[in-house]
Design a protein around this ligand. Structure first.
Ligand SMILES: [Mg+2]
Length: 285
């Protein structure tokens, strides 16, 4: 027994030395109870997150000549039902958050502070204009702009942070127009709300939308308040759009999928939410 104890202590000593030679782990702070911890760690630390982002943008770049040569090509569901779009110049619409800008440091702050999303802290983060680009996004948008394609960004960031957002994106090298407002934010004009419908319509009146990029179904068609079943149905119906006309970026931290999971009930207690989450874990038995 004593011998075993000595051997165990010896092994612990070796492990400790092994750790200290690479990274010193000294903090014994309890880890916060936050459901976004693993997702945030994944975004910030996995090479796989970066690879998926490159995969989306590289696939789009490789196939960009197809829509340019084909005037029938549109990535807009509503434009498909018309004909006038065929004569219009090409444009690409991208969402901003978690599509071209990586806001995972904001989430990391929330976790470390033990708080959750709130508009005040979010505004502070946006005003810092210090987000990094999603891997591959700058290179793709620059390449597309060089081909004569008009780039638009439709984001549900508030119009109040437009200057900071523009500054952040220009510094990172994104094509931001000095002649027209190609960053269209929530509340900037009447009717420009989180559904994104009105803003897409304005672009569709003047451009043939050849590709769309987002981290949320709502970036491709109105999907903010549709049920989980309907979301699944749409994804099946439009499955051949993905990787061709629509490019989706990974966001395991937040999105409209969450509200759909809770059937859009925003007055649930923590216990009620936990009970729903238990039910949503599929064990096939
Ligand atoms: Mg987004």
């Amino acid at each position: 027994m004593i011998n075993l104890k000595i051997i165990s202590l010896f092994l612990i000593g070796i492990t400790a030395v092994g750790c200290s030679s690479t990274q010193k782990i000294t903090s014994s702070e309890p880890f916060p109870e936050d459901k976004t911890v693993q997702a945030t760690l994944w975004v910030q630390n996995s090479a796989e997150y970066q690879a998926l982002s490159h995969q989306a943008y590289e696939t789009a770049k490789r196939s960009l000549s197809l829509p340019l040569e084909d005037s029938f090509w549109t990535a807009s569901i509503s434009q498909e039902e018309t004909e006038a779009y065929m004569q219009l110049p090409p444009a690409i619409i991208l969402d901003i958050d978690e599509t071209v800008l990586d806001n995972s440091p904001f989430q990391a702050r929330m976790i470390k502070q033990g708080t959750s999303y709130n508009s005040k802290d979010w505004k502070t983060w946006c005003m810092e204009a210090n987000a990094e680009a999603v891997p591959g996004a700058v290179q793709f948008t620059q390449y597309a702009a060089e081909q004569g394609i008009q780039i638009f960004y439709i984001s549900n960031r508030s119009y109040e942070v437009e200057d900071a957002t523009r500054r952040n994106m220009i510094e990172l090298g994104f094509p931001v127009s000095s002649e027209m407002d190609n960053i269209m934010l929530n509340g900037e004009e009447p009717g420009w709300n989180s559904s994104k419908i009105k803003r897409r319509e304005i672009i569709e009146e003047n451009y043939r939308v050849i590709m769309a990029f987002g981290d949320d179904l709502n970036d491709f068609f109105p999907a903010k308040n549709i049920t989980q079943d309907k979301r699944d149905t749409y994804v099946t119906r439009y499955s051949d759009y993905f990787g061709r006309k629509w490019f989706i970026l990974p966001n395991p931290v937040y999105g409209s999928w969450e509200n759909a999971m809770f059937d859009f009930k925003d007055d649930l207690s923590q216990d009620e939410r936990n009970a729903i989450l238990q039910k949503r874990l599929d064990t096939r038995n």
